[in-house]
Ligand binder design. Structure first.
Ligand code: UDP
Length: 238
């Protein structure tokens, strides 16, 4: 682990903040897929992801979503509230893709009759297995009231983000969220970036996200830069 770090994830490192209830999070250039089996350094990814995530978190905060972001420190780092991360990841799906398509034999891009919400254990060791709510509460990973609140916030974030991206000519196919406990409530933590979402060009369905890396399509950073530029323009207008 990097010296002085509190925690080192696959693409971000967390350092102590000046205050006990704050931390510094740095977005690195490391790209990983398939639970870390495929790993590369993509120079400039950290900066692109930091700017994208900050734009989105600021947009969500303006719309009443509580997030961990306190302020932007530099091109790759933010000061964040030090929340206790809920060890349950939330995936939201608007169109079939990725593991959903594979697992259930549904072609990518198939419309879904309702938004899909999935929970999984946040665990590299066990490969993030999907869990249902009774499994999560049985193991004490989160209380039912917390799961209800995470679901409510995930759906609200989906509505806000889908609308924002639609204005940028991008479809929000699916994405993953992490939440944390902070001062008695649940706040949005982690990141919202092309690493954690699937973004398709609304017209051509071109992939503009980490699937470019996963599937060796090339132009990974070009895709990330493309989405960032389009979303930046739209955020400036709202
Ligand atoms: N995702 C993520 N981290 C994970 C698992 C999934 O950020 O550990 C994101 C992924 O980028 C996609 C969505 O969550 O936008 C749904 O991923 P899926 O379950 O299809 O899994 P994958 O295709 O990544 O195996």
């Amino acid at each position: 682990m990097t010296s002085g770090a509190l925690y080192e994830g696959k693409s971000k490192t967390v350092y102590p903040g000046e205050r006990e209830d704050e931390c510094l999070i740095r977005f690195r250039d490391t790209a990983t897929a398939f639970n870390g089996e495929k790993k590369e350094e993509l120079q400039g990814k950290g900066r692109l992801n930091a700017e994208f995530s900050n734009l989105v978190f600021e947009f969500l905060a303006k719309n009443g979503v509580q997030t961990h972001l306190i302020k932007v420190v530099d091109e790759t780092s933010i000061l964040a509230k030090k929340a206790e991360i809920v060890m349950v990841e939330v995936v939201v799906r608007n169109l079939a893709a990725g593991s959903f398509s594979k697992k259930y034999g549904v072609p990518e891009g198939t419309a879904l009759r309702n938004t899909v919400l999935e929970f999984s254990l946040k665990s590299d060791e066990y490969g993030d297995p999907m869990m249902n709510e009774t499994q999560i509460t049985a193991l004490g990973l989160a209380a039912q009231a917390e799961l209800d609140e995470m679901s409510r916030q995930a759906l609200r974030i989906n509505g806000l983000l889908s609308g924002l991206l639609a204005r940028a000519g991008i479809k929000l196919v699916d994405f993953k969220l992490e939440f944390g406990r902070y001062q008695g409530g649940i706040i949005l933590c982690d990141e919202i970036t092309p690493d954690s979402c699937r973004f398709w060009d609304a017209g051509t369905h071109e992939k503009l996200d980490k699937d470019r890396f996963r599937l060796n399509l090339g132009g990974v950073l070009e895709g990330y830069q493309n989405v960032l530029g389009r979303v930046r323009d739209v955020v400036r207008q709202v």
